[in-house]
Design a protein around this ligand. Structure first.
Ligand SMILES: *[C@@H]1O[C@H](CO)[C@@H](O)[C@H](O)[C@H]1NC(C)=O
Ligand SMILES: *[C@@H]1O[C@H](CO)[C@@H](O)[C@H](O)[C@H]1NC(C)=O
Ligand SMILES: *[C@@H]1O[C@H](CO)[C@@H](O)[C@H](O)[C@H]1NC(C)=O
Ligand SMILES: *[C@@H]1O[C@H](CO)[C@@H](O)[C@H](O)[C@H]1NC(C)=O
Length: 192
């Protein structure tokens, strides 16, 4: 990586007495936040790492392979199942990030969660996401097979303060037109 550094950057680093191991680790975040998405969703990956303005130095890796985007935001329009996997980024002045896992699913409905493991007292945020955001109504969120929350019009479901009792297997279902559809189940775990 050092041979790629611009002379001015190198000077800056040397004068600051910086070593490669002093560089911070880049961080990948997703926008929107969901790490499970449906085909045709739009996903933006953002790389937070120190970079010089306009240096176009961001490198993106999908399953370890360098992808062409050099922008600090990597926009994937209309994701496909093949876009699933591990994403990492790196910038001129940061080391390679930890991976972020993206899962692209095929189906009518997908239960999304802001996290899969929560601490007691955290706010659980669930979303019953329909393919291409097709209007969904008479929506039920179920925990361990029992209805937990009903919405006439599809809405996100928030549990403001998670307790151990909120651990379990969740799915959602509702009507797409007159079609009764269900998501797959996912496990949510509350740790103490
Ligand atoms: C993705 O973006 C395109 C263009 O802005 C938009 O037409 C489409 O509805 C978006 N897809 C979803 C699933 O929101
Ligand atoms: C970075 O990319 C922008 C837009 O693509 C371009 O205008 C600029 O010249 C590039 N900067 C460098 C240092 O290559
Ligand atoms: C969808 O089907 C399930 C049984 O498979 C039923 O319990 C539920 O009431 C149906 N939902 C609606 C909104 O009709
Ligand atoms: C959810 O947890 C149950 C019980 O711990 C396990 O049997 C099941 O395989 C898990 N399901 C998923 C989708 O991970």
């Amino acid at each position: 990586m050092w041979q790629l550094l611009l002379p001015t950057t190198l000077l800056l680093l040397v004068s600051a007495g910086m070593q490669a191991e002093d560089l911070p680790k880049a961080v990948v975040s997703l926008e929107p936040q969901w790490n499970r998405v449906l085909e045709k969703d739009n996903v933006t990956l953002k790389c937070q790492g120190t970079s010089l303005p306009e240096d176009n130095s961001t490198q993106w890796f999908h399953n370890g392979k360098l992808v062409s985007s050099q922008d600090s935001s990597y926009f994937i329009a209309s994701v496909r199942v093949k876009d699933s996997g591990e994403y990492r980024c790196q910038t001129l002045l940061s080391t390679r990030s930890d991976p972020v896992q993206l899962e692209v699913h095929n189906g009518w409905l997908l239960l999304q969660a802001s996290q899969w493991m929560y601490k007691e007292g955290d706010c659980i945020h669930l979303r019953c996401h329909s393919w291409k955001n097709t209007p969904l109504h008479k929506v039920t969120y179920l925990q361990n097979g029992k209805g937990k929350k009903y919405f006439h019009q599809n809405s996100d479901f928030y549990i403001p303060k998670a307790t151990a009792k909120d651990s379990g297997s969740y799915f959602c279902r509702g009507l797409l037109g007159s079609k009764n559809v269900s998501s797959e189940s996912v496990n949510i775990t509350i740790i103490q």
